[in-house]
Design a protein around this ligand. Structure first.
Ligand SMILES: Nc1ncnc2c1ncn2[C@@H]1O[C@H](COP(=O)(O)OP(=O)(O)OP(=O)(O)O)[C@@H](O)[C@H]1O
Ligand SMILES: [Mg+2]
Length: 289
């Protein structure tokens, strides 16, 4: 499969270890790599896109080894990162045509540019200089530029950071459409709602390793037991105490209710994806053990 991504035991250290043995594989659709600031998401993307050499391990895109065959690998993917490579003085269309020519599309560059502008709903904007674009429009033009080469795999490093909610949703729609058309997408994100909205699968990177990998439902189920929630009169959660689902741990959770909390309401609720993310990517939750 051209779009398959296989990552085997990748390690990378700078001053400190960043990736301590990352294993991950992805066949098709959208995989969201979720992790806190500094977790190593960009480092992993840089390794997969042949910009950074791993210290150990291996990775393949479409079966091609990214370290041993970087040039062949580069023909299979496109990447959009935080910094855009667009020329402000040119129009959107001129940018695409120029990049298309650099990619060797020749006279087909114009047709391809027009098709992509149409696809990403930028046809009118394509006639204006990029200097006049909003952040969201730039991001989508960037996406169009990465698609010029018809990549089997698209890497998106935090594709919506800095965009307003409407522009984010627009980019989400574009990414979904691309995936539906057969492009394999690996995107990084710091936000759970983005992972949930876009991804078929979510992998969580923490302390240099993938600590969870599955659908949103699987990750949520993995958190296990019910959470004892203390609520104020309006029903807002004041504090939550996780249990492992046994009666004994519920009894322990009840015994942890503080004197000043005696008048609060109580409820038991199943873990949400939010709980799973907090538990897996950030902190160890308070578990009644
Ligand atoms: N070229 C480099 N030289 C030295 N240290 C680096 C380099 N690149 C990354 N690091 C360090 O590696 C760690 C992981 O960085 P990385 O950019 O991969 O994280 P990230 O998950 O993408 O974070 P963010 O969500 O903030 O983008 C950080 O501690 C960073 O300081
Ligand atoms: Mg990053």
């Amino acid at each position: 499969m051209d779009g398959a991504i296989e990552i085997d035991d990748i390690t990378k250290s700078y001053a400190d270890p960043v990736l301590r043995g990352v294993d991950l594989s992805h066949e098709s659709g959208v995989l969201a790599l979720l992790g806190a600031n500094g977790a190593g998401k960009t480092t992993l993307i840089s390794i997969l896109t042949t910009l950074v050499r791993p210290d150990g391990g291996s990775a393949r895109i479409g079966g091609v080894d990214v370290v041993r065959e970087p040039a062949a690998t580069r023909r299979l993917f496109a990447v959009t990162g935080q910094e855009t490579t667009l020329d402000d003085l040119l129009t959107g269309r001129e940018n695409l045509v120029m990049i298309g020519r650099l990619l060797g599309l020749g006279r087909a560059a114009g047709r391809r540019a027009d098709a992509l502008l149409e696809q990403l709903d930028l046809a009118a904007a394509g006639r204006r200089r990029v200097a006049t674009y909003s952040g969201g429009m730039r991001r989508r033009l960037d996406l169009a530029a990465s698609l010029l080469s018809r990549p089997a795999v698209l890497f998106l490093d935090e594709p919506t950071t800095g965009l307003d909610p409407v522009s984010r949703r627009r980019v989400w729609e574009d990414v979904r459409a691309l995936a539906a058309a057969g492009t394999t997408v690996l995107l990084t994100t710091q936000t759970l709602d983005e992972a949930e909205a876009l991804a078929d699968r979510i992998a969580i990177l923490r302390d240099g390793r993938i600590v969870a990998d599955g659908t949103a439902e699987e990750l949520t189920a993995g958190v296990g037991g019910q959470r004892l929630v203390l609520q104020d009169a309006a029903g807002a959660e004041v504090r939550g105490i996780d249990t492992d689902g046994t009666a004994a741990s519920l009894a322990r959770a009840l015994s942890q209710i503080r004197p000043e909390e005696q008048d609060l309401g109580v409820a038991l609720r199943s873990p949400t994806l939010d709980d799973a993310f907090l538990a897996l990517a950030h902190e160890t939750p308070e578990v009644a053990a």
